[in-house]
Ligand binder design. Structure first.
Ligand SMILES: Cc1cc2nc3c(=O)[nH]c(=O)nc-3n(C[C@H](O)[C@H](O)[C@H](O)COP(=O)(O)OP(=O)(O)OC[C@H]3O[C@@H](n4cnc5c(N)ncnc54)[C@H](O)[C@@H]3O)c2cc1C
Length: 455
């Protein structure tokens, strides 16, 4: 095995970013995509969520731009919203409205279909990358692992590859395909906690949002499982999202969406929705929960095979992390490929490099979603309730703590909340014996102005 040809299964976000990463080392990169790809931003079957607004977190943006230089400019040209989320988005936790202040954690808000179109155009400018229509139905064997893919079609044609990257998403068949080659499937962990998601694309009348607010984030809580989100989207539009973390069906009409929003902890999103111009019916979506396939724990790891993106970690979308995780993985893969002297054990090393990101992200989702009473855990221990709520409480008054908490989510690390300044503020709050003042669900404190909290 050398560095001649790499094959990627799936031309979603994980597949496109992986192709960019692989092109730094392999002479040829072939992406196999089951759907016929449109040459403009249009819905396609393989990505049912493509009308949904997708947020790219700060670490995701750095990774996208590092892998595909110039792509951020393409997002902006395609009309992406670009906003300081810890300052502009009013967020209501179980303790009250979080304080807001300027940060370095800005977000791109863009419909997935627009984002994917812009990214695909940029990736196709890389001379070594091509996208071919076809459906992968199996892996082709090689000594100690995988040597290519098998395509659907008469005679099941196959394509040889030095490395196969599975980026076929949440419904990936990789465990069954590996089993056919004699590799026991990777251990699986799942938190089943049904999520209902219904998104309406809207135009807001001028002045509908207060001048220091660009959106709202009111997540479902274990004792209040309906939530609401308003976020800026591309081309001056917004998306209003009704959320449930329960078996309740998400609303499918404007009237039902507004009725859902009226049951949320704060009336601000329902009031906004009544004034909004709806550009179509809300689009409902249901997801079973979050699942991790621990490919990094396969022993032995199949040579010549790596899995990325939702094929590895398919998350509750409420947290908006999936693409950023795929981007961090693709960047780690690129770095290992550039350093590799030869290809022996290479796939295992790449898969292992994803572990810290997966541990952090999946760990935080399990802690949040595991607190819902109906959540069922498979292959996982139910997490202990948090020992302290000090940081969340302090974040309702102290914008720096609130921004540090958001940095932890944006950069997939707890370091920002362990900074000496934040720790000493938390100690002072804890020893004062104070509790958050009771939050009025309508009364949102103004954002702090000034220099951003350094990351
Ligand atoms: C409602 C919703 C909202 C979301 N919001 C956000 C957000 O705000 N921010 C964020 O970061 N993430 C968000 N996500 C998650 C995000 O969409 C995914 O994490 C991200 O797209 C990574 O996907 P992927 O490339 O791994 O797989 P996918 O995007 O699912 O792509 C898989 C591709 O593989 C192709 N394919 C599948 N099987 C085969 C086969 N056998 N042969 C050939 N091709 C095949 C499919 O056609 C598809 O093109 C959201 C998800 C949902 C459902």
């Amino acid at each position: 095995m050398g560095f001649d040809h790499a094959v990627v299964i799936g031309a979603g976000i994980g597949g496109l970013l992986s192709a960019a990463a692989l092109s730094r080392r392999y002479d040829r990169v072939t992406v196999i995509e089951r759907d016929r790809l449109p040459d403009m931003p249009l819905h396609r079957r393989g990505v049912p969520q493509d009308e949904q607004m997708h947020a790219i977190l700060a670490i995701g943006q750095e990774s996208f731009e590092d892998l595909v230089p110039g792509v951020a400019g393409e997002f902006l040209r395609a009309g992406a919203a670009w906003y300081d989320s810890p300052r502009g988005i009013a967020s209501l936790s179980s303790q009250g409205w979080a304080a807001r202040g300027p940060s370095e954690a800005w977000i791109y808000g863009i419909r997935r279909v627009v984002l994917e179109d812009a990214l695909r155009r940029k990736v196709l400018e890389i001379p070594r990358v091509r996208i071919v229509e076809g459906q992968v139905v199996a892996l082709h064997p090689a000594a100690r692992g995988v040597g290519g893919i098998v395509l659907k079609g008469i005679g099941r044609p196959h394509l040889d590859a030095d490395l196969v990257v599975d980026a076929s998403g949440r419904n990936s068949h990789a465990p069954a395909w590996l089993d056919e080659l004699g590799f026991p499937p990777p251990p699986e962990q799942e938190i089943v906690n049904p999520v209902g998601y219904s998104t309406a694309l809207v135009r807001l009348p001028p002045g509908a949002l207060r001048d220091d607010i660009q959106g709202y984030l009111i997540p479902p809580l274990p004792d209040s499982p309906t939530g609401a989100v308003v976020l800026p989207c591309d081309n001056g539009l917004h998306q209003i999202v009704a959320l449930t973390q329960s078996d309740t069906a998400p609303p499918a009409t404007r009237e039902d969406l507004i009725a859902h929003l009226e049951g949320v902890r704060s009336p601000v999103v329902a009031e906004l929705a009544r004034r909004a111009d709806f550009l179509g019916d809300p689009k409902p979506f249901r997801i079973r929960g979050s699942r991790r396939r621990r490919f990094e724990d396969m022993a032995p790891h199949p040579e010549g095979f790596v899995a990325v993106g939702d094929a590895v970690l398919a998350l509750n979308p409420i947290y908006g992390q999936g693409m950023s995780v795929a981007a961090v993985e693709a960047r780690a893969m690129r770095d290992i490929l550039l350093d590799a002297a030869d290809s022996t054990g290479l796939a295992a090393r790449i898969q292992e490099a994803f572990r810290p990101t997966l541990d952090f992200v999946f760990g935080s989702v399990v802690r949040s979603d595991g607190a819902f009473p109906a959540a069922m855990l498979h292959g996982l221990e139910r997490p202990d309730p948090p020992k302290s709520h000090v940081l969340g409480a302090l974040a309702t008054e102290d914008w720096k703590t609130a921004v540090a908490l958001r940095y932890a989510g944006h950069y997939f690390t707890a370091e920002p909340v362990q900074a000496p300044e934040i720790r000493s503020r938390a100690r002072a709050w804890a020893s004062s014996g104070r509790t958050p003042r009771r939050s009025d669900p309508r009364d949102i404190p103004r954002a702090h102005d000034g220099a951003p909290l350094p990351r």
